[in-house]
Design a protein around this ligand. Structure first.
Ligand code: GAR
Length: 217
């Protein structure tokens, strides 16, 4: 089994989607072993406890970024974590952390990258007047929201959308592509070459814009 740590700062609906996928046998050979938050009141921690998953709070107060990341990496290495998933984790990870988990950190971002990197991507999409928005999973590199893309899914932007409506529509699709990405990783079907992710076999997410055919059957 592939041991997974999920890092989350807030309400944790993506975490819930992952936990439900694991429970429903849709996460492949992946097991969520620990949930870590930088916020002790994160709803994500409650969700983890509900599923009997170990929780850990690492408070940023009194630690600089390097010290924080070193401590986080140590804690995950102690638990033999194979894959780290950022599910609404609102901190930028430094190379101190990333070098401990090379090509083993996946993030979900609420936009069709490389558009709308950084914070409040849904608001950025509305401001830009785009007709299509969506979500992206990608491997995390030092450059924020710029790592190799795994899956993307698109949703329409309606003329009368406000931020909340658009966010909800994007969120629903995040809940599909994040578990699907973890599963692909756990099944050993992802590889990175020249900054691009290659996927072995079909990806089956109904009605979404995802690779229609495999890069490599
Ligand atoms: C999600 O929309 C996720 O894509 C976003 O935070 C939200 C967390 O929701 N992440 C980022 O914006 C990272 N740049 P959740 O706590 O309900 O999963």
């Amino acid at each position: 089994m592939l041991s997974v740590a999920v890092l989350a700062s807030g309400r944790g609906t993506n975490l819930r989607a992952l936990l439900e996928a694991e429970q429903g046998d849709r996460l492949g050979p992946a097991s969520i072993e620990v949930v870590v938050s930088d916020q002790d009141d994160a709803r994500a921690l409650e969700r983890a406890r509900h599923f009997d998953v170990e929780t850990m709070v690492l408070d940023p107060d009194g630690r600089d970024r390097e010290a924080y990341d070193a401590e986080l990496a140590d804690a995950l290495e102690d638990r033999d974590v194979d894959l780290v998933v950022l599910a609404g984790f609102m901190r930028i990870l430094t190379s101190t952390f990333l070098s401990a988990f090379p090509q083993r950190v996946i993030n979900i971002h609420p936009a069709l990258l490389p558009s709308f990197r950084g914070t409040d991507a849904q608001h950025q999409a509305l401001d830009a007047g785009v007709r299509v928005a969506g979500a992206t999973t990608h491997f995390v590199t030092e450059e924020v929201d710029a790592g190799p893309i795994i899956l993307q899914s698109a949703v329409p932007v309606r003329p009368d959308d406000d931020r909340e409506q658009l966010s909800q529509r994007i969120l629903a699709t995040e809940h599909e592509i994040l578990p699907a990405s973890v599963r692909l990783f756990a099944e050993g079907r992802l590889s990175i070459e020249d900054g691009r992710v290659h996927i072995k076999g079909d990806v089956d997410i109904e009605g979404r814009i995802v690779p229609e055919v495999a890069d490599d059957g």
